[in-house]
Design a protein around this ligand. Sequence first.
Ligand SMILES: Nc1ncnc2c1ncn2[C@@H]1O[C@H](COP(=O)(O)OP(=O)(O)OP(=O)(O)O)[C@@H](O)[C@H]1O
Length: 487
Amino acid sequence: MLNVQHISGGYGNTPLLSDISFHVEKGKMVGILGPNGCGKSTLLKVISGIMSPTFGSVIIDGKDINHYSTRELARKMTILPQLHATAFSSTVRETVSIGRYPHQSGFFSSWGAEDERAVKKAMQQTGVEKYEDHYLEFLSGGEQQRVFIAQALAQASSLLLLDEPTNHLDIAHQKQILDMIRREVTKNKLTVVSVFHDINLASLYCDEILLMENGKVKAFGAPHEVLLEEQIEDVYRTRISIKAHPEQPKPQMTILPDVDEHSEEKIITINHLNIREEYIEFKSSFPLRVLSSSVHNAGLGWYANFINRTVQPDYDIDHVHEEYYQYLVHEGFSPTNTVGMMTAVDTKKAVIKKYEMPYGEVFVVVTAGVGNAIDVSQSYKRKYGDRVGTINTWVIINGKLSDEAFVQAMMTATESKSKALQHEEVYDCISDTLATGTPTDSLLIAATQQGKFMQYGGPITEVGQVIGRGVFEATVEAIQTYRKGDS
Ligand SMILES: Nc1ncnc2c1ncn2[C@@H]1O[C@H](COP(=O)(O)OP(=O)(O)OP(=O)(O)O)[C@@H](O)[C@H]1O
């Protein structure tokens, strides 16, 4: 649809764009990214024909843009430049109607039902219909921006060039406008080339990204091919991290600030752990990075408090998450800063172990109820377990773990727990084979993310060795205590 071939150019004698080539298929959305001043807006001006290149050509549907008449080109392509504060003296409807100019044979002389429909639809799509008789100067920056997007849509051309279309919009309107543009791309085969400052929005909504640096193409391809940590750090000269979006297969970027808030050392000691009547508590003055399969706040996050709460063996309610939340509030814990587990085992039967490692202390806390122990390889033979019993394990590390180490630490701890059950000859009462755990076990790995960096957490790593040993010893002792008692 759009073919940009070897474009070079600039302002006056200053070269800015250098040999830029890329191709956009019909019905695709391309995002242009790059640092301030790298030439993104200038490239858009050249593509639209507002500025002539010193070399190269812009081909739309097989024809050089210089061979289109002005009106023909305006029907093919719409450009929405960056919005600057200006005095406007027209209404919203009048402003949007200007988008229909290329479809008139004489200015407004042949205004027809089709134009009326296009203006109405564009105002509806952008949510500005309710302001249609208002003067633009009385609208907010974001509302004005949506009016200009409506004007561009009313033009109903097949190629839309946008320069930071959402820079004045709040997140709900960013989403509304980009969802709507994306729908036009997918359903009606609109082709879009848009400059973005927000790398995450570009990644979410675009099929391809053109990354520019100093007037040149640094990379062009699908978001996951272009948005690479090292490449973005290099181009923008800033520290960032790239992770997966929670719902879409699109990379998302987070800035890593260089602020120094680590004036005091953040160290965990045994004093952070307490055994109370109703729960075992870990309370710290700073959040730790945590990976867990808890009832409350499972997954990966940062939390300062962990609790393992003892409930009655007949605890069985429909809204566990809601009930747990209310419990935390009642007990004075911040629900957004706390990870919560549940057990039927008496808190007095918890085992806490401390290991002195060269890099700092590691704590392992286990409560083991094995009344419902199962052999995971035989679990398909039974229906949902009807007896209570859960093994809850915490591993708290003074150290800095990579994501990889967190996941490996989970595996190491799980294997070690199974080994403890084997050692204590805990049996699955249905299959009559050695048990590997219970159906409701929870595991938490937490690290201060200070001090020694640990890339890996497998069994032969420094941290893996202490997890393997610690979880085994604590679980064995917890099973023995559980069996001795009456719980
Ligand atoms: N009309 C102009 N005359 C002379 N120089 C200009 C003109 N417009 C832009 N420039 C210069 O050209 C360079 C590239 O500008 P351009 O607006 O294309 O960058 P950009 O990548 O869009 O930047 P930003 O992210 O800040 O919007 C800048 O150094 C800018 O100062």
